[in-house]
Design a protein around this ligand. Structure first.
Ligand SMILES: *Cc1c(COP(=O)(O)O)cnc(C)c1O
Length: 234
């Protein structure tokens, strides 16, 4: 094993241990938390090392970078788009991904529905919510989504599996945890009010710096990048 691969494998062990410890502290099973490895900082050799170490759920924030990596023969992996998607990139993206975490408009949802219909498949998506109120972040405000959500059952080729958020970076872990709790509460509320629209089982929240807080608040998918690639010479 080359040094970078050993480093990545050790980092992966450490991240899995953090997930296990956080799940345990929350009285949850670590099996209920999926580690999504965010590969946006690295190239193909590092992605290959990650896959060899047993990581099969991979995420990219830029569509172009996802297309490039998804074209490589990496074995049985699933790609997730976690960053902003423009409508003109939907057709090129849908065939490559298992899930789109960053749906932030009804028009985008309509475009995904159309592209999935043409492929005769359905596309799993998460709705992105701006829980921090940070203007620079994408996503619906909770109030916008409360109004819109009951109408989102009209897309036959889209499965709305849950919600996604990025916590505030400014406020530290306490504020991040409030953002994560807000996402869970919103999910519970939407599911109760409109049970037919989507399963809403997934909460995609938590990154390298705040995954423990996210797991405490019910994250089912944590999106981890930098902690997997620490110590690599780049
Ligand atoms: C980069 C990124 C992550 C991973 O962030 P790290 O702090 O490097 O773990 C998670 N989610 C999204 C949407 C990202 O763009």
């Amino acid at each position: 094993m080359s040094a970078p691969a050993a480093c990545i494998a050790a980092n992966l062990d450490r991240v899995r241990q953090r997930i296990a410890t956080a799940a345990d502290a929350a009285g949850r099973s670590a099996d209920d938390v999926t580690l999504l490895a965010v590969t946006k900082y690295v190239g193909l050799p590092e992605v290959q090392a990650l896959v060899a170490a047993g990581c099969h759920e991979l995420g990219e924030s830029r569509p172009q970078a996802l297309w490039e990596k998804a074209a490589e023969p990496l074995g049985p992996v699933h790609w997730h788009l976690i960053g902003h998607l423009q409508r003109n990139k939907v057709r090129r993206t849908v065939p490559d991904v298992a899930m789109i975490h960053s749906v932030d408009s009804e028009r985008l949802l309509a475009a995904i529905d159309e592209a999935a219909a043409d492929l005769d498949r359905s596309m799993r998506v998460l709705l992105e919510v701006n829980t921090s109120g940070d203007d620079a972040k994408h996503g619906w405000s909770p109030d916008q989504l409360r109004l819109l959500f009951p109408m989102l059952n009209k897309f036959a080729h889209v499965e709305i599996r849950g919600l996604m958020t990025m916590a505030s970076r400014a406020g530290g872990t306490d504020v991040a945890r409030e953002n994560f709790a807000a996402l869970r509460h919103l999910r519970d509320e939407l599911r109760d009010a409109s049970p037919g629209v989507g399963s809403l089982d997934e909460l995609s929240m938590g990154m390298s710096g705040d995954l423990e807080a996210a797991i405490a608040e019910g994250a089912t998918i944590v999106r981890v990048g930098s902690a997997l690639f620490e110590g690599l010479r780049r």
